[in-house]
Design a protein around this ligand. Structure first.
Ligand code: CA
Length: 467
């Protein structure tokens, strides 16, 4: 037993040393793990991509990227709103466990910040030899110890999400120093910085999280692009949103071109997603008839676009397996071969790397959601999906005055009814009870962990895993 462990220990040291040496020597080793660029849009609906509503596509470059990628038809965010969704993406754990459960960083500073004893995607990748950067929106913590530079990012050029950001005037934090910008369009600025990041780190292994603000409010975009969509008969809000998306798409196209020019495309995994569904406060827009919007755990609030490109490794194509934001971290650790790094906390997510390689791979973990403003109330706006069935405790309000909801749970068969139009709870009382029990046990579990005492364990001191 001892001998086995010792052997594996040395083997693991060798693996790590080789990884670090390769990264430091600026050499391109064809067998080395890929760079990762994780691009996130903000409040972008599944229906915003392409031109499904009869308009010209506002996402020419993303459409092409999607064609070259593995595309998920049933990808889920971890939440129907920003901050909790991002907390889960960064940790591989349900938002409630991470402490990030609501919006409004100034009103709820504690319930919007990633607990210090949560470990992040950039921390793990950095420990595996990656240089890590966040360009764009942070949104999971303010103050000492909660800045992106304290949470695993070597480089940060962005904004916290705590104050209003205008697209033509905004406060911008570069490595902890904030200045006002009034001579750029935010989305172009972020795309330019992403291109610079890639140029700067072309000879290293890098992880870049490009967290766009588009098409989040305020609705602001160049007039001539808005006009293009108005001419197609869209209202002012929708035209502006489509214009904001088109600018983002154009810049992502430039980033992809840059990867080609630097000869990095084949050694760079690109992941594209949105953090939650469309914002109802900006009007109604096309979303493939999915029910609900941002703020709601209906499909329209939590179903997001997700595609993953790794040329020559993942054959492009569609997938119907259900994947979730918590699964992304273990997946990245899997195909970046950083499995020599241990995680401090048990992950909720599971790697879907085999689904990327094999369209018929089995992958259908049971998944849960819940959101309300302020302290979580699990009687309200909560859901569990298991296989084709989804049980929903209905949404009541996005306001802060939450009472216990007595609305009965609803049940949907998403295979035959993807728009959640027919509640079949009355026909399946046993299933309603069974899924309701699972949802309640999940709620009890994550709530207990949400309020756990802060661990004294320092993440940096954690041992490397011995395999
Ligand atoms: Ca959002």
């Amino acid at each position: 037993m001892m001998r086995g462990l010792t052997c594996r220990f040395f083997l693991s040291l060798v693996v790590l040393q080789t990884g670090f040496t390769a990264a430091m020597a600026d050499e391109r080793d064809p067998s080395r793990p890929p760079n990762v660029i994780l691009i996130l849009a903000d409040d972008l609906a599944v229906g915003d991509l392409g031109g499904g509503d009869g308009s010209p596509s506002r996402t020419m470059h993303l459409d092409r990227l999607a064609e070259q990628s593995v595309r998920f038809n049933q990808a889920y965010s971890a939440s129907c709103v920003c901050a909790p969704a991002r907390a889960a993406l960064l940790t591989g754990r349900y938002p409630h466990r991470t402490g990030v459960v609501t919006l409004n960083m100034n009103t709820y500073p504690v319930m919007t910040r990633l607990r210090r004893d949560e470990e992040t995607m950039p921390e793990l990748l950095r420990r595996a030899g990656y240089v890590t950067g966040l360009i764009g929106k942070w949104h999971v913590g303010l103050g000492d110890g909660f800045h992106p530079l304290d949470r695993g990012f070597d480089e940060y050029e962005g904004f916290s999400g705590s104050s209003d950001v205008g697209y033509y005037e905004y406060a911008f934090d570069v490595q902890g120093k904030v200045r006002r910008v009034a001579d750029r369009y935010l989305t172009d600025d972020l795309n330019d910085r992403a291109i610079e990041f890639v140029r700067r780190h072309r000879d290293q292994r890098f992880f870049l999280h490009l967290a766009h603000y588009a098409p989040h409010r305020p609705l602001q975009a160049p007039a001539e692009i808005i006009q293009k969509y108005s001419d197609h008969g869209f209202d002012e809000s929708t035209s502006t949103i489509y214009a904001m998306i088109e600018v983002m798409d154009h810049g992502i196209g430039r980033l992809l071109e840059e990867l080609d020019e630097l000869d990095l495309a084949k050694e760079t995994v690109i992941v594209f997603a949105s953090d939650n569904g469309p914002d109802p406060l900006t009007g109604v827009r096309f979303n493939h008839h999915l029910r609900g919007t941002k703020y709601q755990v209906d499909e329209g609030g939590i179903r997001v676009p997700l595609f993953v490109r790794w040329p020559g490794v993942f054959a492009a194509g569609e997938r119907n397996q259900q994947v979730h934001f918590v699964d992304l971290l273990p997946t990245l650790l899997d195909f970046t071969r950083t499995d020599t790094v241990t995680t401090a906390n048990p992950l909720d997510g599971k790697s879907f790397a085999r689904v990327l390689r094999d369209p018929s791979a089995d992958f259908s973990p049971t998944r849960f959601w819940q959101w309300n403003r302020g302290r979580p109330n699990y009687t309200h706006n909560a859901a569990v999906r298991e296989g084709k069935f989804k049980l929903v405790r209905p949404f009541v309000t996005r306001g802060s005055k939450i009472q216990d909801s007595t609305l009965p749970a609803e049940l949907y068969d998403l295979d035959s009814d993807p728009t959640e139009s027919t509640n079949i709870a009355a026909e399946h009382p046993d299933l309603v009870q069974q899924l309701g029990g699972k949802l309640q046990r999940w709620a009890d579990d994550v709530e207990k962990e949400r309020v756990r005492p802060e661990s004294e364990k320092r993440r940096d001191d954690l041992p490397l895993k011995i395999r």
